[in-house]
Design a protein around this ligand. Structure first.
Ligand SMILES: NC(=O)c1ccc[n+]([C@@H]2O[C@H](COP(=O)([O-])OP(=O)(O)OC[C@H]3O[C@@H](n4cnc5c(N)ncnc54)[C@H](OP(=O)(O)O)[C@@H]3O)[C@@H](O)[C@H]2O)c1
Length: 260
């Protein structure tokens, strides 16, 4: 993957994302932190966005720096329009450009439709879907100017297949998939691609919150018989970013076969 480069004085290995700037929303924990780590490993300078989990965000930044990478922390609640737009501005002010936007931040507020409150609905749509509009619409003018951009948004199999108790979540994730197709059509002419990763159940705090007996029932529905590791989602995102120049408007399902 790394290319050997010979100069008069030294030999070094060029990584595929050397010189690229990446922002991963919600990268203090879980899938987002695995994506941030993977992109840093491939040479990108990574802006880590967190909302509440400062200490785990700091630990990730320190780890990336200890491995010779570049990374900084950016606190923002991306469900809040102005905070999301300020986040994009702060990243560009810090690094001078933004090449890769990974829209990852997400929450669940699961309840059947008979019990779901307006707050459950609004909080999930604001965090999982509206945030992507705020961040992407703020980043696109810079990507257009650069004639380069890679946008990857994290949806879910729930947005493709539906899942009990997730009317709000499935609507947000289905919205991401539909929105991504439009971004792909509108932005291709500027060498900006937009794609979706649709994970199945993945071992993070989001899944740890599911009661054990329900986890057993879910496992029985997964052909590969296990949950994904966050690193497996991260590798798919990195593939799209590093090797996906001719891929746009697509969904990569990393779900163990739970939805085909
Ligand atoms: N785990 C799964 O099974 C699964 C399956 C399919 C799709 N996904 C999707 O994958 C993404 C990551 O999920 P995960 O499992 O890694 O979840 P997680 O472990 O609960 O982590 C969520 C991350 O999002 C951040 N976040 C939440 N709300 C935010 C906000 N308003 N502003 C900024 N950051 C915010 C959190 O940051 P703080 O802690 O700092 O607030 C945290 O870093 C989500 O979009 C989720 O829907 C997950």
């Amino acid at each position: 993957m790394a290319t050997a480069v010979l100069t008069e004085t030294t030999v070094y290995f060029r990584k595929p994302l050397d010189g690229k700037i990446a922002l991963v929303t919600g990268s203090s924990r879980g899938i987002g932190s695995a994506i941030a780590r993977e992109l840093a490993d491939r040479g990108a300078a990574v802006a880590i966005n967190y909302r509440a989990s400062l200490s785990s965000a700091e630990a990730l930044r320190n780890e990336i720096r200890q491995h010779g990478g570049e990374s900084d922390l950016f606190c923002a609640d991306v469900s809040v329009r102005q905070e999301a737009r300020d986040l994009i501005r702060q990243v560009i002010d810090s690094y001078g450009r933004l090449d890769i936007l990974v829209n990852n931040a997400g929450i669940t507020r699961d309840r059947s439709i008979r019990k779901m409150t307006d707050e459950d609905w609004t909080e999930v749509i604001d965090t999982n879907l509206n945030s992507i509009f705020y961040c992407t619409s703020a980043a696109v003018p810079f990507m257009v100017e650069q004639k380069f951009g890679r946008i990857v948004s994290i949806a879910s199999f729930s947005g493709q297949a539906g899942n009990f108790g997730q009317a709000n979540y499935a609507a947000s994730k289905g919205g991401i998939i539909a929105m991504t197709k439009v971004l792909a059509i509108e932005l291709a002419r500027y060498n900006i691609t937009a794609n979706v990763i649709a994970p199945g159940f993945t071992t993070t705090e989001m899944v740890a919150a599911i009661p054990a007996n329900i986890q057993e029932q879910i496992l029985a529905r997964i052909p590969l018989g296990r949950f994904a590791q966050p690193e497996e989602i991260a590798k798919a995102a990195a593939f799209l970013i590093c090797d996906g120049d001719y891929i746009t408007g697509q969904q990569i399902n990393v779900n163990g076969g739970i939805y085909m």
